[in-house]
Design a protein around this ligand. Structure first.
Ligand SMILES: Cc1cc2nc3c(=O)[nH]c(=O)nc-3n(C[C@H](O)[C@H](O)[C@H](O)COP(=O)(O)OP(=O)(O)OC[C@H]3O[C@@H](n4cnc5c(N)ncnc54)[C@H](O)[C@@H]3O)c2cc1C
Length: 292
């Protein structure tokens, strides 16, 4: 690993100033579970930063809070363990808690942050499909202030985000889900733990009377970015929830993804897993609505 200068700012402004000062030569560091590995392996084009700006002592980036009037705020520095254990997230945003609980091992979850998972922008990032299913927004801070972006627009490609080099993800905002909403996230991996998703699927359903009022389906690891399957969602809205409707929507989701073949699975295998898991997550989301 190349030598670097380590900065430990204690405010968000200080962190932004350091990024501004050092430009392309600097990288923010949160839990380091992606970045340090990449730096050791020289795996990315930014793999050898000469300035590391640690975010660990920046209190503005931490915390999880919920208000009925505003929804959920997850600080970029919140760890996966904090998200997985949050009582409000477990009760009202089940898929988000599930995504966080799948990130690596307990040790990984204690270090890995939501901001790091989102900003690393891996197509397989486990927190991404659940956040997309809940229409999360990214709150970005830079030298000229704050801006907000739909999370879907934040992801530009594998490892690429809408962040400028002097900007940080400060937090993720998630609206209050409508009443009678339930959600679920799971992924397929060759190994049960310590592996990345071959396919990840999040589903959220809002039921009004006997109909699906709102459906959200978000896919991970089957396109250059995590993304919603909007046609599958549209196929469900207004329908009565049933295994047949879920199977049709899952089939539609298969047509919306564009997986690659790699050591973890072929294109056809990934499409098949989308078919199976999309229907399964929709069924699970419905069970959760009905058990509320
Ligand atoms: C053993 C192991 C198992 C893993 N298993 C999984 C898994 O199952 N699922 C999964 O999705 N991931 C997994 N990962 C990957 C990793 O743990 C996650 O992506 C994690 O959430 C990254 O967070 P971090 O805080 O460690 O990020 P870091 O490594 O500190 O940073 C990651 C990237 O984000 C940038 N960054 C961090 N915070 C900010 C911010 N606030 N603003 C702007 N840029 C920022 C950094 O500059 C860097 O480019 C695993 C990693 C390891 C080592």
């Amino acid at each position: 690993m190349r030598a670097f200068e380590y900065h430990a700012p204690t405010t968000l402004n200080e962190a932004i100033s350091l990024l501004q000062e050092h430009g392309e030569a600097a990288r923010p560091l949160a839990g380091g579970t992606d970045l340090v590995v990449q730096m050791k392996e020289n795996a990315t084009k930014f793999a050898a930063p000469s300035h590391i700006v640690s975010l660990l002592r920046v209190p503005e980036l931490g915390g999880i809070s919920f208000r009925e009037s505003e929804g959920l705020r997850i600080g970029a520095g919140a760890t996966m363990a904090e998200v997985a254990e949050s009582s409000v997230i477990r009760a009202r945003y089940q898929a988000i808690a599930e995504g966080a609980s799948l990130v690596g091992s307990i040790q990984t979850m204690n270090m890995a942050t939501v901001g790091g998972n989102v900003c690393n922008a891996a197509p397989s990032a486990d927190i991404a499909p659940p956040l997309l299913a809940y229409e999360a927004e990214a709150v970005i801070v830079g030298p000229s202030g704050r801006r907000t972006l739909a999370l879907e627009e934040f992801f530009l490609g594998p490892g690429k985000t809408a962040l400028a080099t002097d900007e940080l993800l400060a937090e993720v905002r998630v609206p209050v889900p409508p009443p009678s909403t339930g959600s679920a996230y799971d992924r397929h991996t060759p190994r049960k733990q310590m592996d990345i998703a071959v396919v990840g699927v999040a589903a959220a359903l809002t039921i009004a009377g006997e109909r699906i009022e709102r459906a959200r389906v978000a896919l991970g690891a089957v396109a250059p970015t995590p993304a919603r399957a909007r046609q599958a969602e549209a196929a469900l809205e207004g329908q009565a929830p049933s295994d047949e409707a879920f199977a049709r929507a899952a089939e539609t989701a298969v047509t919306e993804c564009s997986p690659i073949a790699d050591v973890r699975g072929s294109v056809e295998f990934r499409r098949h897993i989308v078919r199976v898991m999309a229907a399964r997550m929709l069924r699970e989301a419905l069970i959760r609505v009905r058990s509320r």
